[in-house]
Design a protein around this ligand. Sequence first.
Ligand SMILES: [Mn+2]
Length: 328
Amino acid sequence: MKEIPIFFTFDNNYAEPAAVAFYSLLNKTKEGVFYEMFVLHSDITEEKQQLLLDIVNKKGNGKLTFIDTKGFLDEFWENGSFNFSESNSTFTADTIIRCFGAKFFPQYEKIIYSDVDIIVMDDISELYDIDLTDKYLAGVKNPFMRWSEHELSHLKPEHYEMLKDKYLAGGIWVMNLKKIREDNLEERMIDVIKDDTIIKRWNDQDIVNISCQGKVGYLPLNYISYPYMIDLLGKPDFISHYSREELYDSIINPKIIHFAASKPWNSNVNYSSLWWTIFNYLGLSKTSIFKEVELPYKKKFKKYKKLFKIALIILSILLLILILMEIL
Ligand SMILES: [Mn+2]
């Protein structure tokens, strides 16, 4: 039996997306692989923990442990220069705790980290075999650096120069905990968090990329299959560090669908229906993070509603003029 440690960090609001992620991970895991799963958190209720434990235990090829991180990083979180204004995602202290796997998992030399806004589409156990010699961690290279100049425009010039062809996306990392400990990388990360002159627009990603100084490895793009990549590929001027083959392969043979921008619980993003199928299969309930998603025909109706209102106002004014004319 191959035992693979993997950890996740999220808050109570993300228990339902995590349930979908955990189920899909274990459902696609090949025989002979067993996941030691950990959740670093500070507020997940007993009830939600039980919900997730039940799903993992029922699958039988994973063991789930919750670790309360209460307090860790709180002071730095409040002091660090985090810039949310240009990001449409919500980040919490739980987001940056994912950089600190070496502290929380002293029993391991290597561990996988994964987001939970995902659907696992294939067995991903080979991730754990990647060679990390002299590398702090491996991840997927950000495919949008060349397309969107703005992507890294918040970085200091020296960081931009260092990272412009190397910047790792978040979502999935394989971390070399041994080397992170040997080189005290976590101290360097805390220095980056504390440094107010460094804008952490992409939070955990900026912290990790700046601290690792390019000592990173790369995973194939299909470990982060972006649901909107298919739309970008339709644009004649789309450019990327990845080849056309790699870009298409990430869509044709996805290992992990990562809802990095729009989420299936509040938009009609590609792959939403698969996500909802797993959600319904698991008998989950909608929570406060779920927004009513407008179906396309409803949007159309809304447009007509507006036109109807305008027509009504014009008619009323005409009627008023007629009445006034009558009086005069
Ligand atoms: Mn994500």
